[in-house]
Design a protein around this ligand. Structure first.
Ligand code: AHG
Ligand code: MN
Ligand code: MN
Length: 333
C-alpha cells in the first residue's frame, strides 16, 4: 500500500475539511508525538518502574496508576506547547487547564482521557488515549471559561483515539469519515492502513460487564437479554466480548460491528449515572461511531446532542452498529 502519513492525509482533505488547517495539522502531529511517548512507556511498562499505582486518588475517586500519571503529564507538557490550544481538559484533572500566557496560544481546546483502560495496564492488555477537539466560542483575547469547554459533541472539530496494543493505531475523524493509521515503529510514522472505516448496520457481538447484572434496572436486563437470547429474531445469540478497555472494546465494535454498552447501574448509589465520562470518552467515540455510519446514545438521547453540565459528567453509553443500538434503546422508551 502507498505510504500515506497523517499530514498527507489531512492535506488530501484540505479543500473539504474546515478542520484541516495548518494549525490543526500541527496540533494533530503534536498529539501523535505525545502518543508515541506513551506508547513507548506502555511497551516497556514491565521494565520501568511504571507499573502499579501512585497511591493517589483522582478527581473521579479512582486510584491513579503510574502510567495514567505519566500519560497525563506527557500530554499536558507537549500539548500546552503546541501553539494551537487555549485550554486543555483531562480526565485526571478536576478543572480545565488554560494554556499559560508564556506559550503561544490558539483557538482549539483539547479534551482527553490520557490513558483509558488503566485496570489493564499491569496485565499487558490493550490501553488507549481518547481525544476530542473543540474550537473556543469566546474571542481569542478573553480568558477561556467553562462556556468554551462545555460544548455538546456536535461541536467537535475532530475526535479519535490511540490504541496501544499488538500494533499501535490512531483512528480519527474531522467530520469527513473515519480513518485508521498504524504506527510503523521502524520509521516512527503513523501510516494510513484503514481508509474510510465503516461499521456494519448490525453485528454479532455484544460487549458489556455482565458482572453488573444484579445492579441493572429492568430495561437494561431486557436489552441485554435480547442480544444473548435465542429468540432475538437475529438467527442466533450474539457472542460476548469484553476487554474492559473502552478503546479496545470500541475498536473491535467499529471493525466487526455489534454493540458496546455501559448502562447506568446501582452498584455505587452515589454514581447512578453510568461510569463513562461524556466529554472525554462517550462524546469523541460517538463522533467516530456516527462518522463510520454507526450510532451512540445514552439510552434516551443522541450522545452528540447532550449539553454537558459539568466537565466530568458521566453518562450511560450504547454505541456501535446503528440497528443494534436502536434495538437496545428500544427497551428504554
Ligand atoms: P479509565 O481507565 O480511563 O478510567 O477507563 C476505564 C473504563 C473504560 O475503559 C472501560 O470500558 C470501563 O472503565 C470498564 O469498567 P468496568 O471495569 O467497570 O467494566
Ligand atoms: Mn477511560
Ligand atoms: Mn483514563
Amino acid at each position: 500500500m502507498r505510504q500515506i502519513t497523517v499530514t498527507e492525509h489531512l492535506l488530501l482533505h484540505q479543500k473539504k475539511s474546515p478542520a484541516a488547517t495548518g494549525t490543526f495539522t500541527h496540533l494533530l502531529n503534536d498529539l501523535i508525538l505525545a502518543a508515541k511517548l506513551i506508547n513507548r512507556s506502555v511497551n516497556k511498562a514491565g521494565l520501568l518502574d511504571i507499573l502499579g499505582g501512585t497511591g493517589e486518588m483522582n478527581v473521579q475517586g479512582e486510584a491513579v496508576q503510574k502510567l495514567d500519571d505519566y500519560a497525563n503529564r506527557a500530554l499536558i507538557h507537549r500539548m500546552e506547547r503546541s501553539g494551537a490550544l487555549c485550554a486543555l481538559a483531562s480526565e485526571e484533572n478536576a478543572d480545565f487547564i488554560p494554556v499559560p500566557q508564556k506559550f503561544t496560544r490558539g483557538d482549539y481546546i483539547l479534551i482527553f482521557d490520557p490513558l483509558d483502560g488503566s485496570s489493564n495496564i499491569d496485565v499487558n492488555i490493550n490501553v488507549g488515549t481518547i481525544f476530542s477537539i473543540l474550537r473556543r466560542k469566546s474571542p481569542s483575547d478573553q480568558d477561556v471559561s467553562y462556556d468554551d469547554i462545555l460544548q455538546p459533541g456536535v461541536e467537535q472539530v475532530a475526535a479519535g483515539y490511540f490504541l496501544y496494543g499488538p500494533s499501535t493505531m490512531l483512528v480519527y475523524t474531522t467530520g469527513l469519515g473515519v480513518h485508521g493509521f498504524t504506527l510503523d515503529p521502524t520509521v516512527g510514522e503513523f501510516l494510513l492502513s484503514h481508509p474510510n472505516m465503516r461499521i456494519k448496520e448490525r453485528g454479532k457481538y455484544y460487549s458489556i460487564n455482565e458482572g453488573n447484572h444484579h445492579y441493572w434496572d429492568e430495561s437494561t436486563q431486557k436489552a441485554v437479554g435480547y442480544f444473548k437470547g435465542k429468540d432475538n429474531g437475529l438467527g442466533a445469540p450474539y457472542s460476548l466480548r469484553y476487554v474492559g478497555s473502552l478503546v479496545a472494546d470500541f475498536h473491535r465494535t467499529l471493525l466487526y460491528g455489534g454493540i458496546f454498552m455501559y448502562p447506568m447501574d446501582y452498584k455505587q448509589p452515589d454514581k447512578p449515572r453510568g461510569k463513562l465520562r461524556l466529554m472525554c470518552e462517550a462524546s469523541p467515540l460517538a463522533f467516530v461511531a456516527e462518522q463510520a455510519g454507526g450510532a451512540a446514545s445514552d439510552g434516551r438521547r443522541r450522545i452528540l446532542e447532550i449539553e454537558p453540565q459539568a466537565l466530568h459528567e458521566r453518562v450511560p453509553l450504547f454505541i456501535g452498529s446503528k440497528e443494534d443500538v436502536a434495538s437496545a434503546i428500544g427497551y428504554y422508551r
